[in-house]
Design a protein around this ligand. Structure first.
Ligand code: ZN
Ligand code: ZN
Length: 131
């Protein structure tokens, strides 16, 4: 994973029920490898983790546009894909990611109740998963 351009989130632009997730948060959530996914998962019709679907907008969380090579073992052109997740999965993944992230965070998760941007977003996703 080098040379990946991270799009700057545009502030104040509502994207459905959830704000668009920052790339840094998607990274700590840990997406599966593109080559392991079925077509409907890569296109966001089904959950990227449990392949449940088809997902409705209200029952899913948009993980944003990703660019990955189609294969990690052979050289291949990067492909754009659009993963989405169901609420139970995003809640579970966010909870796990928060436990991993917070103890090593240097930007406020240990020193303030609010936490850093990643910590705050993960907390919000944990709540989303409980709905
Ligand atoms: Zn799922
Ligand atoms: Zn943090």
């Amino acid at each position: 994973m080098t040379n990946r351009t991270v799009p700057t989130p545009t502030a104040g632009e509502p994207a459905g029920i959830l704000l668009e997730l920052p790339a840094s948060v998607v990274e700590v959530l840990g997406l599966p490898a593109l080559e392991d996914l079925r077509d409907d998962q890569a296109h966001g019709r089904n959950c990227v983790w449990c392949s449940d679907g088809p997902l409705t907008v209200a029952a899913s969380v948009d993980l944003g546009e990703q660019t990955s090579p189609l294969s990690s073992t052979t050289p291949s052109a990067p492909m754009r894909w659009f993963p989405r997740a169901c609420r139970p999965c995003i809640g579970r993944r966010a909870y796990g990611a928060l436990l991993d992230h917070a103890p090593g965070c240097k930007e406020g998760c240990r020193t303030s109740a609010l936490g850093c941007e990643i910590g705050r977003t993960l907390n919000r996703l944990v709540r989303e998963g409980r709905r």
